[in-house]
Every structure is written in C-alpha cells, then in structure tokens.
Design a protein around this ligand. Structure first.
Ligand SMILES: NC(=O)c1ccc[n+]([C@@H]2O[C@H](COP(=O)([O-])OP(=O)(O)OC[C@H]3O[C@@H](n4cnc5c(N)ncnc54)[C@H](OP(=O)(O)O)[C@@H]3O)[C@@H](O)[C@H]2O)c1
Length: 340
C-alpha cells in the first residue's frame, strides 16, 4: 500500500475544452477510518462526459478546490464496522481519489459474477450499460426488426447500445463515430451494419447513404447536426432517445440544430430524454439480461483502460476528444489485466 493518498480537485472553470491546468492532484496522508466506517483503496475509476458538465458553474456541479465525485470500485483495507470486512470489493461514488473512508450506507456491494471482469461493473453492467439498456427497452421500446441509428456509436454508451440492440433483435443497425478506425471496429466487432465518420460531410447525406430507407429509432448521444439529420430520416412512429449532447459540452457558443418541426407531427415522432439515475430499479434486470451473454461470450466488453491513477485527468480529457473506444476506465497499476 502507498503511504500517500491522492485526490483530484478542479481549480478553475473552463470555457470550451478543459485542460490539465483546470485540475490539480492533492497529496495527503491516508485517512484512518472512524468507528462505524471503513477505509477503501480505490482500484478502478470511471471518467464520464457528465463530469465535463459538472465542471461548469451549474447547480450540483463540482465545487472548486474540493474532491470530485465519480463512480469507482475499491477494496476495503481497514474496517471499524462489522458490516464491512477487509478485502470486500465495493462500489461507491467518491471517485477521483486513491483512498476514501466510507460508511456502509455509502457503498454498494458488487454481485461479482463468475467470469466477469471487474471493469464490467463500470462499463456494460454499470451506469453506462444501464443507460444503453434503458434507452432501448424503456424509452425506444425497441421491437424486433426495427432499424436503429446510434450517434457516438464507438463510445461507452454507443458500443453497449449496439451490442444490446443486436441481442434484442434489431434490424438495420447504423452508427456514427469520429474516425474510420472506430467505424471499422464497430462493423467488425460490435455488430453495426454500417458506420459513418461524422467529419466526412453533412450528417443528413452520410446518414442517407447508410440508411437509405430511413430508421425507426435514433439513440442520440451527441445532439446538434446529427439530431437534425435523424429527424429527417425517421419513419412514421419513430422515436428519438435523447441520452446526451456531447457536441455542445465543449463548444458552448455553437449554434443549436435546426430541423423541420412539422416532421415531428406529420410522422408522429416521439422524442424523450432521460437520466439514468432515475432508472436504478432496472439494474437487476440488466444483470439478468447481460451477465449470461457475458459469460457465454455473446457479449464482449468495449473498454479503453488507462493504467495509473496519476493518468486520470489525461484519461478524462482524452475521452472528451474521442481518444477512447468503448468505456473509458482508469485502473490502479497494481491491478493485473483480468484473465477469465
Ligand atoms: N442520460 C444519461 O443518464 C446519460 C448517462 C451516461 C451518458 N450520457 C451521455 O451519453 C453520451 C455518451 O457518453 P459515454 O459515457 O458513452 O461517453 P463516450 O461516448 O465513451 O465518450 C465520449 C465520445 O463522444 C464523442 N464526441 C466528442 N465530441 C463530439 C462531437 N463534437 N460530436 C460527436 N461526437 C463527439 C467522442 O467520440 P468520437 O471519436 O466518435 O467523436 C468520444 O469518444 C454523452 O453525451 C453523455 O453525456 C447520458
């Protein structure tokens, strides 16, 4: 065990893309757990686009000069509560730091399914996978054979959406991503039929080429021009699932998308957004759906794993710029790659 704890603080508010200068690493001695609590050494951290939204001066956003929040998995290394034992693997939300004193109420025990690597609890079985699963089953209410377009298809939510959609019997599955290499991965490995690089022209033209007969469902992680294009491409009774708006998080001055509002009426379209935090009750159903597929190999993990807590800020900034394929996870360097 290291002698020193490290905690990341945000120290300035960005306008546009954040940089390493907006963060600092604070060293401290490792805290002692008080009676009724336990000390957790964090082992895996999730960095997410919503952290970028929290960097702004918004209600519930990050306070400057204070520890940040984020999903993390750690191991109990000292305990002063009978409800947590040394060696327990726990999930909690006090991420962006190497150590944390927690009470039993602040943690969730992970079910730890056989043959499932620990990173999966932050990717396809965690909030990212739950977002994809809720999008398809609760918001789109995807029917077998329906045709689907997914934006930011190569990210954490986008890859999980693609893999789940295939398992749920989607028809045509098309996506957009930021590079030809990502498009290639999605069509070769994830099950997408066709993927365009959104840098290659107008979204309406590119979507028209991969889905010439239109789509039934748009799962939107991006917003902007791709959202406008999808409104045009949707068929009667189509659904738009608004998950995120990453095209706007780092470009606050960009103009908002324009689309034909009459399309929503004439084609009886439904557009619905959601926050995954309001669907915690679906978590167990996600496990029942996804774990057998993970164990049988029908569902694979798409993850970009960055080793070393000291790289957490780089991992976060890289994800915002699209350096990841699949879910971005930071791993403590003591954790050897998982072999099932
Ligand atoms: N509603 C909810 O509860 C909920 C929960 C989780 C996530 N989300 C949202 O879902 C979206 C995806 O999140 P994630 O965790 O899976 O992140 P992610 O997709 O793994 O990472 C972000 C990706 O966004 C893409 N991107 C960045 N700037 C872009 C731009 N201007 N236009 C198009 N794509 C851009 C990058 O890939 P490229 O190389 O393809 O550009 C990057 O890899 C985000 O909008 C996030 O806020 C919402």
């Amino acid at each position: 065990m290291n002698d020193t704890a490290l905690t990341v603080h945000q120290i300035a508010r960005p306008h546009g893309f954040p940089t390493a200068e907006h963060f600092t690493f604070i060293e401290s001695t490792i805290p002692d757990p008080a009676a009724g609590s336990a000390l957790v050494e964090n082992l895996y951290w999730s960095v997410d686009p919503y952290h970028r939204e929290m960097m702004d001066d918004v209600p519930g956003g990050f306070a400057l000069g204070a520890p940040l929040e984020g999903r993390t998995i750690g191991r109990v290394i000292a305990s002063r509560t009978p409800r947590l034992a040394e060696g327990d693997i726990v999930f909690h939300r006090q991420g962006w730091r190497t150590h944390m004193v927690v009470t039993p109420e602040e943690i969730r025990r992970l079910p730890l399914f056989d043959g499932v690597p620990p990173t999966a609890y932050l990717s396809v079985l965690g909030g990212t996978g739950l977002t994809a699963y809720v999008a398809l089953t609760r918001i789109a209410r995807l029917q077998e054979g329906e045709d689907l377009f997914v934006s930011a298809a190569a990210g954490g939510v986008g890859t999980a959406t693609g893999r789940f959609a295939r398992l749920l019997g989607a028809g045509l599955l098309v996506g957009s991503a930021g590079s030809a290499a990502k498009a290639d991965h999605l069509t070769r490995e994830v099950g997408y039929d066709a993927v365009f690089d959104y840098h290659d022209g107008s979204a309406a033209d590119l979507l028209g080429k991969v889905a010439p007969d239109g789509i039934d469902v748009f799962v939107d992680n991006v917003g902007g021009e791709q959202l406008a294009a999808a409104v045009g491409a949707l068929r009667e009774f189509g659904r738009i699932v608004r998950i995120g708006t990453i095209s706007q998080y780092n470009t606050p001055d960009v103009s908002l998308p324009r689309f034909d509002h009459a399309d929503i009426v004439e084609k009886s379209l439904r557009m619905e957004g959601f926050l995954v935090g309001n669907y915690r009750e679906v978590q167990e159903e996600l496990h029942e759906f996804a774990v057998p597929h993970l164990q049988s190999g029908r569902l694979a993990l798409d993850e970009t794993v960055v080793d070393g807590f000291d790289h957490i800020v780089d991992a976060f900034l890289g994800m915002l710029r699209g350096r990841n394929t699949g879910k971005t996870i930071v791993r403590d360097q003591t954790q050897a790659p998982y072999v099932s």
